[in-house]
Design a binder for this molecule. Structure first.
Ligand SMILES: C[S@@+](CC[C@H](N)C(=O)[O-])C[C@H]1O[C@@H](n2cnc3c(N)ncnc32)[C@H](O)[C@@H]1O
Length: 256
């Protein structure tokens, strides 16, 4: 099993987080997807704002964003971008008044280890009736190419309960329990990237962070090593595969 969430992992990767996660291009892409779903006249609460890279892109598009994050290391970077509009706080215990928010967003938060029931409960609490929580998942769609089949199998072995999955099938029931209705997806944007099996194996076996998303304990090292061996045994392991994924926004609405 993966270790429990700690901000230490994000504090540690904060200095390289932006550049190793698609940089401004990813953030601008997310902002383009979110912006048409947001009312520019109302503030946006970014839950799990991280380094503020997405929030900064929303700000550049005319939105007033305030952000919360649990990791002081990530937040120090967000503060450099957004000043005192960010604060340390737990998404599961938001330092925000009840029914005071019209729109909230989270990008790549719910796979990262927070208690989703608590996060949706808090989103439901702080949203006004009719308010929306927009979520861009990290693992909404998983590529099923030869690399993907191995990585997906590994992911399922490391996380048999699916607690790191953050697509609609997993999140809609949790949201419903907490009073948020899943309305569907919007702003789908296919993205392609290239990686060779050998590079994927290298990235999986370095640093102990499984696909950059969560820490893998020593007890899971044999599973990881087996997956790396299978990746290196694929035909033409040095040849990059063009991999396609789709980023999309999930819309959750606070009813009543
Ligand atoms: C993968 S990063 C995404 C950051 C940012 N939203 C982005 O798209 O670049 C996940 C962030 O969620 C934060 N996080 C995880 N659990 C949290 C919690 N319970 N409360 C607040 N932030 C949390 C982490 O500290 C980290 O900054």
């Amino acid at each position: 099993m993966a270790s429990p969430f700690s901000t230490a992992q994000f504090d540690e990767i904060a200095p390289v987080y932006d550049e190793s996660r698609g940089g401004t291009a990813r953030a601008a892409g997310f902002a383009e997807q979110l912006a048409p779903l947001l009312d520019p006249a109302r503030p946006v609460l970014d839950i799990g704002v991280g380094t503020g890279i997405v929030a900064a892109e929303l700000t550049a598009r005319g939105h007033r964003v305030v952000g919360i994050d649990l990791s002081p290391g990530m937040l120090a970077r967000a503060r450099a971008r957004l000043g005192n509009r960010v604060a340390v706080g737990d998404a599961g215990r938001l330092p925000v008044r009840t029914a005071s928010v019209t729109q909230a967003v989270s990008t790549w938060l719910l796979h990262a280890g927070p208690d989703r029931r608590a996060v949706f409960g808090e989103a439901a609490r702080v949203l006004r009736p009719g308010g929306r929580y927009l979520v861009i998942p990290a693992r909404g769609g998983r590529p099923t190419d030869d690399i993907g089949r191995i990585v997906n199998e590994l992911e399922d072995q490391l996380d048999p309960e699916g607690t790191r999955q953050d697509g609609p099938e997993t999140l809609a029931p949790v949201a419903a329990e907490r009073g948020l209705v899943y309305e569907g997806t919007a702003s789908e944007r296919p993205t392609t990237f290239e990686v060779s099996p050998r590079d994927m194996a290298r990235s999986l076996s370095s640093g102990g962070l499984f696909t950059g998303a969560w820490p893998v304990g020593a007890e899971d090292a044999p599973l990881l090593e087996r997956a790396c061996e299978r990746l290196r045994a694929l035909p033409d392991p040095e040849v990059p595969r063009v991999r396609t994924m789709a980023d999309f926004v999930m819309i959750f609405t606070r009813t009543g």
